[in-house]
Design a protein around this ligand. Structure first.
Ligand code: SAM
Length: 231
């Protein structure tokens, strides 16, 4: 790599999550964050009955599994083939029809236009993944392009606390994080608003959890949710 060349975040993420897919669900923190995110989505978006949902950056399907009983169908999309395999393994073990829930390995990019043959969704969710993605504005516009008119986009991520930034992820140094420490909620609200295609944009704290960041130091981590409705 040339000195001035940026690492390809998307490729590095793919490699990282391909290598960690088989142990992802064994980490109680991953399961807990996903459970809290799914609960927040269900609190925020009432009556999902009949909804066709996209779970973007779906991972092993922890969010999809919790939303499944409330919706018509869920399509998981992730750039890591091994995460997608874990997702689909669970679906097939449960005997669920692929038409109702399945994941596909796809790198959705704004520059590639429609990659889903005209398929549109009532709700698109993305939990704990935006901080892995470098171009948030483009990703948000791309996701909105897959919403039906009146459909909702809901993104959940870690709220940035500058005072602990330097202490974060010490235990996971190999994580590929484009936005270290998450975001200020206003940053994602701005990305939503500048699409020009979302209204009723708002954010709120979804949940908070204490986490030890150093031997004798605990910090309260806050996850926030930002949502908007397609005009
Ligand atoms: C921390 S995991 C969260 C998984 C899931 N949303 C959950 O809450 O359990 C982040 C996920 O983002 C995916 N990811 C990272 N960059 C991506 C991209 N550009 N497009 C699609 N998925 C991506 C990774 O493969 C991984 O599955």
């Amino acid at each position: 790599m040339e000195a001035n060349e940026l690492p390809n975040i998307a490729e590095l993420n793919k490699e990282y999550f391909n290598n960690t897919s088989s142990t992802y669900d064994a980490n109680p923190t991953n399961v807990l964050y996903a459970k809290k995110c799914a609960e927040a989505i269900l609190r925020e978006v009432k009556d999902l009955k009949g909804y066709e949902v996209m779970d973007f950056a779906c991972g092993t399907g922890l969010i999809s599994q919790d939303l499944f009983a409330h919706v018509k169908s869920i399509l998981g999309v992730d750039s890591s083939q091994n995460m997608v395999n874990e997702y689909n393994k669970k679906v097939s073990q449960q005997g669920i029809d692929k038409e109702v829930m399945q994941a596909i390995c796809l790198e959705l990019k704004e520059s590639d236009g429609d990659q889903l043959n005209g398929r549109k969704f009532d709700l698109i969710v993305c939990a704990s993944a935006f901080h892995h993605i470098d171009d948030i504005d483009s990703t948000t516009r791309m996701l909105v392009s897959y919403l039906k008119q009146g459909g909702e986009l809901v993104v959940l991520d870690l709220k940035k606390h500058p005072e602990v930034l330097h202490k974060l992820h010490e235990e996971n140094k190999d994580h590929i994080i484009a936005h270290r420490g998450g975001f200020f909620p206003e940053e994602l609200e701005k990305a939503f608003l500048t699409t020009g295609m979302l209204e009723n944009v708002s954010s709120k704290i979804a949940f908070s959890l204490p986490k030890q960041i150093e031997k004798d130091e605990e910090h309260i981590f806050e996850w926030f949710l930002v949502k908007g409705k397609k005009i």
